[in-house]
Design a protein around this ligand. Structure first.
Ligand SMILES: [Zn+2]
Length: 589
């Protein structure tokens, strides 16, 4: 049987230029041992090939590769010492800023231009140009660079590969050929034609294939056992899911990794929502993920899963979201497909010592679990040190039921301040002209104020209704949780988990009041029975909610923190400032 692949991210890492330096700081023996003990076999760091590899094809790229390779060897050694493998995350062949001297020196390599939001975030340049793979030099460089990296750092465990969207890479990397809806994000307008004469008439799937085949050849010619993992992230931009022909045509040395949830559908009260993000609410694997796994298997390839264990964008400012029964169901369904290899976090949801990770590892250690209740009760007993896990297990079921009405969608998850709702003051100004920032996880006052974007596609009345239902059911379950955990002998775990559960209750309350207020203040007709007295009652309750969450944040520094940015977005100070402004508003009614 092959070695399991269970990938994690080291806390303290930040996606970007400083990965290797942060690795030297954060990949300590203690941290790595903790990740290993939690059941993982590898950790990853993002690199650009042109920083970490040097070739004679484009010798001007990788001038400092020697230094970077030395650090990668050191990090890889540290991982090996801890019983882990170091993986690199690649999004290649990386594009360049439009005015980069490299493209001037090699005009044949200069591919399609596009704005690149991901490059702005990490490297500070927006206008980018792809590295055209229809030019033989690009593929020759790509292969040679992979060989150089894996020759010079021979102990690397492998590479995870994103080949569509994200940073500009090949000519189609930002081109929405299938109308998936992402093109606009990269400046594409309806009817646009790919701006590369060499790739325009080629099939986009052929470009993905040639990148993967080239990287695989480059890596495996240096390191036969390295795992080359093709993440199918956003492939539906370029070729319709489940990309049967593409997957079938890839060499057997490539491992296929679909997202467990993307391509699924959530249903609540007769309304369906497309799942195009990670979700702990949706079980999966989605029909797309299932098909990709089966196609991979049928064509002789290994398949693994990209899944979030601790949390998702649905609830992202606490270390974990205790939807434990759903984690069991996800893993049980994957087991039926024979999948137990996983990349189980991204740059967020990376705290290794949580209940969720404990449950994940407990399942995989004895994957023959067949009875959900027995599993949940065992986890409850072991994690909290209690004799009878039934009451805790019931609460986990109640949490899973409570989040069913969650208004899943890009409005609430991408363009609303939901995850920092306890720190977002109620708006009371005109005009509101600032668009909502993506994720709204930015400093106070810069999140945007056009909350109409936040409630799409449901509308404000439905979002208020749904958040109200989530809040009521979740909060009732927290009371049960508290009772069930009163007998816990591992009190630290009990306290931490109660705090996490309470925190989500507070966030939900603030979100519910925020959108209730927004409806009453700006869209009075949207919820006709929400009168002034009802608004006043909700605001009074919100002041108590904010007092409670401020105290909770003082007690537990793990809360309010968004791991991808390494920043607190909900702090006692911000909550108190919101309370003051909300109180003044209430006073004025
Ligand atoms: Zn091209």
């Amino acid at each position: 049987m092959s070695t399991p692949i269970r990938l994690w991210r080291v806390p303290g890492m930040k996606f970007g230029m400083q990965e290797l330096i942060l690795g030297q700081k954060n990949m300590t023996p203690e941290v790595l041992a903790g990740i290993r003990d939690a059941g993982f076999t590898g950790v990853w760091a993002m690199v650009r090939l042109r920083d970490v590899a040097r070739t004679d094809i484009f010798p001007e790229l990788g001038a400092d590769a020697h230094t970077h390779q030395e650090i990668l060897r050191e990090l890889s050694d540290r991982c090996r010492d801890a019983g882990l493998n170091l993986y690199v995350h690649l999004n290649e062949p990386r594009g360049f800023p439009v005015d980069d001297p490299f493209l001037k020196a090699h005009p044949d390599v200069a591919g399609a231009p596009s704005p690149s939001p991901n490059d702005v975030m990490v490297y500070g340049w927006r206008d980018s140009r792809a590295m055209c793979t229809s030019t033989p030099g690009t593929l020759a460089w790509l292969e040679r660079a992979c060989t150089d990296l894996f020759t010079q750092v021979p102990d690397l465990g492998g590479a995870t590969l994103i080949t569509t969207s994200e940073h500009t890479s090949h000519c189609y990397s930002h081109f929405d050929a299938c109308g998936s809806g992402i093109g606009e994000h990269f400046g594409q307008k309806p009817g646009d034609v790919l701006d590369c004469p060499h790739c325009r008439d080629r099939e986009p799937a052929d470009i993905i294939r040639e990148v993967l085949v080239t990287v695989e050849r480059g890596i495996h010619s240096a390191s036969k056992g390295a795992h080359v993992i093709a993440w199918t992230w956003s492939w539906d931009m370029l070729t319709p899911a489940p990309q049967k022909e593409l997957i079938e045509s890839l060499p057997p040395g490539i491992i296929i990794m679909p997202d467990n949830e993307r391509g699924g559908e959530l249903e609540w009260n007769g309304r369906t929502a497309k799942v195009d993000e990670y979700s702990l609410n949706y079980i999966g694997p989605s029909p797309r993920a299932r098909a990709q796994i089966e196609i991979a298997r049928d064509s002789g390839k290994r398949a693994m899963i990209r899944i979030q264990i601790n949390h998702t964008v649905e609830s992202s400012t606490a270390p974990n979201w205790p939807i434990i029964a759903n984690i069991y169901r996800k893993l049980a369904n994957l087991r039926e497909l024979g999948v137990s290899d996983a990349m189980a976090s991204w740059c967020f949801a990376i705290t290794p010592d949580t209940l969720n990770v404990f449950a994940f590892s407990r399942f995989l250690r004895e994957p023959e679990w067949r009875d959900e209740d027995e599993f949940l009760e065992t986890v409850a007993r072991d994690y909290f040190g209690i004799e009878d896990g039934r009451a805790v297990a019931q609460t986990w079921h109640a949490f899973g039921d409570a989040i069913k009405p969650y208004p899943f969608g890009f409005g609430v998850m991408y363009f609303s301040p939901f995850n920092l709702a306890c720190a977002y003051p109620l708006p009371n100004h005109e005009p509101r002209i600032r668009p909502m920032e993506v994720f709204c996880l930015t400093e106070d006052g810069k999140q945007g104020d056009m909350l109409e974007q936040s409630v799409e596609p449901y509308g404000v009345a439905e979002v208020v209704e749904r958040l109200g239902l989530v809040y009521d059911a979740w909060t009732a379950a927290v009371v049960e949780y508290q009772n069930a955990l009163a007998v816990a002998t591992i009190s630290e775990h009990a306290e931490q988990e109660l705090n996490v559960a309470r925190y989500f209750s507070h966030i939900c309350h603030s979100g519910w009041v925020l959108f209730s207020w927004f409806a009453w203040r700006y869209h009075r007709d949207a919820i006709p029975d929400l009168d002034k007295d009802a608004v006043r009652t909700r605001l009074e309750a919100e002041l108590r909610n904010l007092d409670d969450v401020a105290a909770l944040l003082e007690r537990d520094s793990r809360l309010g923190f968004y791991e991808e940015n390494r920043e607190y977005f909900v702090t006692p100070e911000l909550v108190r400032a919101k309370r003051e402004s909300d109180a003044a508003l209430l006073e004025s009614l």
